[in-house]
Design a protein around this ligand. Structure first.
Ligand code: PEP
Ligand code: MN
Length: 358
């Protein structure tokens, strides 16, 4: 449930509501929405819900108390109708602009990263990606350059002005990765690594949470909820394909996830057509599809010589391929940005009802 405070409610009244929630053994999370402070109540409410709702509704300064029907309370549009907009250096994610995260699968050398960073920046990328710690299926495959790659990423940021995103694989890496990177990425294999989710929930940097390749949308949003409820509201969701019976593609891009997520949550949504398909020539058409269904951006892998790449050689774009994808994406984005319905209005379809004092 969440409590909407009256627009003239003061700090004492907000604190009164929060103390009541804490005294029940529950946790209050507040944010400002226009003129109102809105306070979510999270925790195991159980069969005390009706009693608690009427008690809260009777407190000074309270305008209304509304149940949240979804289990992902803080991430739900019911609690937070406005889109979450994330700012990192000059990049803005979730404001209707098109975010383009591009760069190599793995950082292989300073030269490879700089060359790629310059090329993707020139073609319109807004964020530089590059793996430092690589989650590889085989223990014999290239595992990434680790901290050396983090240093190159920070140098590439200085060189291009682009914020950098890289994967963190375990809680013990969070400190060092956040020291160098602007956005922390949680990979598909770690989407339900709850100690890692809690650890990145405690840092100040935005987190991009990739969908587990076998995860439902609800499991994914519950994973996001771990991060948000640990104190980090800046979560980006990334659809990167799920495992199905199909073998021509590496994964199956769940394109419906994009409008579904915009309906269910206020968090921005990125599509990764590189890991979704595993095939270079399929990346551009699926990037176009992702933008057409309303994704806030795209993440793609780009390499100076993809065929020589130390990881994901089959799917990385050449510089020309990336530039050609960008040229095709821009008019689609311009065309669709006004076509998608207001997701705030669409919350009416969720059937939200409130207990109002007025
Ligand atoms: C990546 O983006 O570097 C990556 C390993 O992707 P995923 O976790 O989606 O496989
Ligand atoms: Mn990769």
């Amino acid at each position: 449930m969440f409590v909407v405070m009256a627009s003239n409610a003061g700090e004492a009244e907000v604190n009164g509501v929060k103390s009541h929630i804490l005294a029940e053994g529950l946790t209050p999370f507040d944010h400002r929405s226009g003129d109102h402070v809105v306070i979510a109540v999270v925790g195991e409410v159980g069969d005390q819900k009706a009693r608690l709702m009427s008690q809260l509704a009777a407190l000074a300064g309270v305008e209304s108390v509304t149940p949240i029907s979804r289990p992902f309370k803080l991430s739900s549009r019911e609690f937070h109708p406005q889109d979450t907009v994330i700012r990192v250096l000059d990049a803005v994610i979730g404001d209707g602009s098109l975010t383009i995260m591009a760069g190599p699968c793995s950082v292989e050398s300073r030269e490879q990263l700089f060359e790629t960073a310059d090329a993707v920046r020139a073609a319109g990328a807004t964020i530089l990606r590059g793996g430092a710690f690589k989650p590889r299926t085989s223990p014999y495959s290239f595992q990434g350059l680790g901290v050396e790659a983090l240093r190159y990423l920070a140098e590439a940021r200085e060189r291009t002005g682009l914020p950098v995103i890289t994967e963190v694989m375990e809680p013990s890496q969070v400190d060092i990765v956040q020291e160098y990177a602007d956005i922390l990425q949680i990979g598909t294999r770690n989407m339900q690594n709850y100690s890692l989710l809690t650890a990145v929930g405690r840092v100040q940097r935005p987190v991009m949470l990739k969908r587990g390749y076998g995860a439902t949308i609800e499991e994914w949003l519950m994973a996001a909820e771990y991060i948000v409820s640990s104190g980090n509201p800046n979560v980006i969701l990334c659809e990167r394909g799920i495992r199905t019976f199909e073998t021509y593609t590496r994964n199956t891009l769940d394109i419906a996830a994009v409008p579904l997520l915009h309906h269910l949550t206020h968090l921005p949504v990125i599509v990764d057509p590189s890991h979704a398909t595993g095939k270079r020539w399929l990346v551009k058409p699926l990037a176009l599809a992702g933008v057409a269904v309303g994704a806030d951006g795209i993440m793609v892998e780009v390499h100076p010589h993809p065929e020589e790449a130390l990881s994901d050689a089959e799917q990385q774009l050449t510089f020309e391929g990336f530039a050609s994808m960008m040229t095709a994406l821009r008019p689609i984005h311009e065309h669709v940005r006004h076509l998608h319905g207001d997701p705030v209005l669409s919350t009416a379809a969720l059937g939200v009802g409130g207990t109002s004092k007025h």
